[in-house]
Design a protein around this ligand. Structure first.
Ligand code: 5CU
Length: 382
């Protein structure tokens, strides 16, 4: 099979065994706890979100066992996965512990990928690659981060990016202290996967019991939207044109709100002259996973991204193929089906959404399913 036809999952998580042990050792969230049912059966529960509703959720081998990841991939026809640690990463640890654990987990992840199987149609490619972790935790000394980035890039060939949350070293992603971090990430070419964890605060959700729906459907994407907007407004993408950022959940609300953002900037003297381009232009500088579950949403994101180039200062630029910035993902092992099914509904929906974008050619769809990811992560030529 041509490499361009492969199905590649860029949004798929793991709690490596070493990390799961840390979660088990804790007495407050984030944690894994074992509880006993009335019939005496034990079950592990995952409590990671702030104000976790309903006593957390079941957690098991699908979160840490590589064979389970590969079985899931096989069941859904996924050839290659770019695996990342799930939230909340190392955020809850003091810097020195985060630094040690990041090193250990990155070595674990390299081995998870390197000792795994190869792609059947081309043994030069592994089925598993990874996003590593940085000790980017509250209070992290910013000057220590470039060394962590270099170590990842130099010592772990199967780690092609880093996954980060939205809080940076405690002050968010517009913190000027993070400049050396962005510079080192841009220099190495590691892809930065920006992923939410905190949502927007439980007070937004009222008192009615709605399970995990509001924090996951709305809080997560809006957290990403705010974080990337602050980074753009701080001029980070102007100063680091080679920085490659992949946004979780199709960029949250950023594509939908980018014209409003542009207008707010244009009407605010504080922002006058700060950015090199109209806010909409920055959409074309980013990558978006296709974890949106609907064709209309994917179509909208690719249209907004495709038009971004027109907003270059100076104007008159061509429209581009927005789909080339979009990449299939599953969010496994989150969103398991509620009952027994062969294939996970969440995965099928994301594949059907790609298939259902009427404006995309077959070639564009193949790009979103896999070719775009292979290019972004350097497995295909550009
Ligand atoms: O369902 C969830 O809680 C999550 C989560 O925590 N992280 C994620 O990536 N997807 C879903």
């Amino acid at each position: 099979m041509s490499l361009r036809k492969l199905l590649v999952d860029v949004h798929t998580h793991v709690y490596l065994p070493r990390y799961a042990s840390v979660l088990r050792s804790r007495s407050n969230a984030p944690r894994i706890l074992t509880r006993y049912t009335p019939s005496g059966q034990s079950e592990d529960r995952l409590l990671i979100l702030d104000d976790e509703p309903s006593g957390g959720r079941p957690v098991g081998a699908q979160y840490w066992d590589r064979d389970e990841k590969l079985k899931f991939m096989d069941r859904h026809g996924i050839d290659i996965s770019f695996v990342s640690s799930a939230n909340p990463w190392l955020d809850f640890l003091p810097f020195s512990e985060a630094q040690t654990l990041a090193r250990e987990l990155n070595a674990d992840l390299e081995s998870y990928c390197a000792t795994g199987p190869s792609v059947v149609s081309d043994a030069n490619f592994k089925r598993l690659y990874g996003f590593g972790l940085l000790p980017l935790v509250p209070g992290a000394p910013a000057e220590s981060l470039p060394a962590a980035v270099s170590q990842l890039a130099n010592e772990h060939p199967h780690i092609r990016g880093v996954i980060i949350g939205t809080r940076g070293a405690g002050l968010g992603l517009d913190d000027p202290a993070l400049e050396p971090l962005w510079a080192s990430l841009a220099e190495t070419g590691l892809v930065v996967f920006l992923h939410p964890h905190y949502g927007v605060g439980a007070q937004a959700w009222g008192t009615r019991e709605n399970g995990h729906v509001l924090p996951l459907a709305l809080g997560f994407p809006f957290e990403t939207t705010t974080a990337i907007t602050r980074l753009i407004l701080a001029g980070v993408l102007d100063r680091h044109p080679d920085l490659r950022i992949l946004l979780a959940h199709s960029g949250g609300a950023l594509p939908q709100l980018s014209s409003r953002l542009a207008s707010c900037i244009d009407h605010d003297p504080v922002l006058l002259g700060r950015l090199a381009h109209d806010a909409r232009w920055y959409l074309g500088r980013l990558w978006f996973d296709a974890v949106a579950y609907g064709a209309a949403e994917l179509d909208f994101v690719s249209e907004a991204v495709g038009r971004a180039n027109r907003y270059a200062r100076g104007g008159g630029k061509e429209r581009k193929e927005g789909s080339s910035r979009m990449l299939f993902g599953t969010d496994h092992p989150f969103f398991p089906p509620l009952g027994e099914t062969e294939k996970w509904r969440s995965v099928v929906e994301n594949l059907e959404a790609i298939e259902g974008v009427e404006r995309w050619s077959e070639e564009e769809k193949a790009g979103v399913r896999g070719g775009n990811a292979l290019r972004l992560f350097g497995l295909l030529g550009t």
